[in-house]
Design a protein around this ligand. Sequence first.
Ligand SMILES: [Fe+2]
Ligand SMILES: [Fe+2]
Length: 354
Amino acid sequence: MNKLMTEHRKKFGDFEVIDFVDETEIQRIRDRVDIAVPLDVNWTWEYGSEVQELRSLYEKGKVNQWNAETDLDWQVPVSKDDWVIKPEGSMLAMALRMMGKDEATQKAAAFDELAFVLSQLLHGEQAALQLCGQLTNVCDKMDQKWYAASQVIDEARHVEALSKFLSRKMGTIYPIGATLKTLLDELLQAEGMQKKTLGMQTLFEGTAVGIMDMMRSESANPLFGEMIKRIEQDEARHAAFGVLTMRRVVKDASEEERAGMEDWAFSILEALNANQQLDMLRILGPKYDIEPEGLVQMALQLPDYAEFNSLAFMHTVVPNLQRLGLITERTEQGWRDTAMMVDQRGGAPRAALI
Ligand SMILES: [Fe+2]
Ligand SMILES: [Fe+2]
């Protein structure tokens, strides 16, 4: 299978990580802000509903709108001296705890790490905003165009909420990591609504729902918790669009096309997972005397590593890909070897949108 970013890979035991270390190159990737995108514009003269479940999703989107400025209580204080996210939700806090560092240091590190992770989500939200704008052009059914347009305003609201939270309450917006920027460019440049929907709505938003669900359950601040809860509810609707649309796409695809989508899905999420937070650790690790490579190598050795690492993937995206027929026996071992898939206790997947 095609692996992305091969020139940035190195082996940590059996595990292959992606690690960007050259600052000039990272900056070059970030500075690439004008992207040429192949985009077809489709007119349609059918204004009646052709895809009933998308029309229903659009209706649901309309009634579930919220206002980031007035529906969140911006008076709630957010401080480095308190836990904003519980230590269990922070890699740095857990590492510092094991190193015997005091609680104030653990809290400060968890705060910094959260600001970094939320910044990456914010940049991802900007990509979602732009990609949904593309979908309003490239989709050929009016139901899809209406739905995509409703997602555009959702994503604008997410960009608004996260950027206000970071600038008003945390004081920092960290720049985008090189791994994430490379993958988001790949999605934005993908040709056709099939690949765009698979990449953004199914893969990225499915993974985002898993990450946000963990963040919400580890939240220790009411403003942060409420903001994530609201964004996550919107994201679940977006992931549902991905599944409903991809179900039709896969049904109509030739075996060769289906296999191509299966490979692409794996290569995108394999690369995302292969970074193992090294982009964050390269920036924040030194501030807390944490050596990035050492910490990741140690994490990979933990007995429950796969269980923990797979949580975000097993929540929504992996069960959805399995049901869509985009993870088969041919690729399943790859998902397991990279700790994105495990057998779940209690059998059935926790949450799936179809
Ligand atoms: Fe979003
Ligand atoms: Fe979204």
